[in-house]
Design a protein around this ligand. Sequence first.
Ligand code: CP
Ligand code: NVA
Length: 308
Amino acid sequence: MKHFLDLHKTDAADLRHMIDKARAMKTARHDRPKGSPDDDQPLAGRMVALIFEKPSTRTRVSFDVGVRQMGGQTMVLSGKEMQLGHGETIADTARVLSRYVDLIMIRTFEEATLLEMAEHATVPVINGLTNRTHPCQIMADVMTYEEHRGSIAGRKVVWAGDGNNVCASFIHAAGQFGFDLTFTGPETLDPEQKFIDFARARGSDIKIERDPSRAVVGADLVVTDTWVSMHDPESAKERRHNQLRGYQVNEALMAHAKPDALFMHCLPAHRNDEATSAVMDGPHSVIFDEAENRLHAQKAILRWCLGV
Ligand code: CP
Ligand code: NVA
């Protein structure tokens, strides 16, 4: 069973193949209408369930459109409206859904929910974000970097702010795609050591630098994300803003990076908190390419999972 659960659990050669496939499929579509089918229809006759226990704009729409472009069908399910939200176990839900659909994508809170779904499903399961990781996003981000600047191998990525789920998958990607990553943020919001250990064991130089201006020196790519994630309690907001204010990505900070450095943010953003609009809409920014590439990258992930 080819589940797509996390970047460190998927073979690096397979990840590379998916990025290359995604780029080829994107090129093949040129600027066709979004709703038009691809020339080949590898998902014809396939049904995909998209389960959301948290809000989503990009993940929901890009998976839905991607499946349809490849000839498949989708059903979007809200966790709250399913029996899952009324005490039916994840294991039973996985077994039941596997009788109806060919693939399950789930966005959930606890990683344990994703893992239990994968353990009991007899169809592939894709991680559409958990509290801990967001692998589909980083596949789109690697694709986006390479579209603009060529191979990401050996490059320096700087993550500024909260060492959250998106940061975790970036660190996994450093190990799998062979780039270096410096985290800059307060100690209390450091990424888990486990993620860092994985990337270091694969030969990546993973650094922690508390001074954001020093961190971004020589950066090829500067990345940030919201200071308060969907799973963080609202009560954490004020404290996090105080802790993270000094890590805002603004033009002054970007001036320390390489002149041709890119800026990324997975979105949704809180403009002028974690990044200023001047940076988000400025010459370094590729944020809307990242959003678009969710579509193409996930189409390649779906094909890999289904072996089509
Ligand atoms: N980046 C991302 O996953 O966005 P959504 O929450 O809108 O899906
Ligand atoms: N870190 C954010 C990412 C949203 C796509 C969150 O989990 O809310």
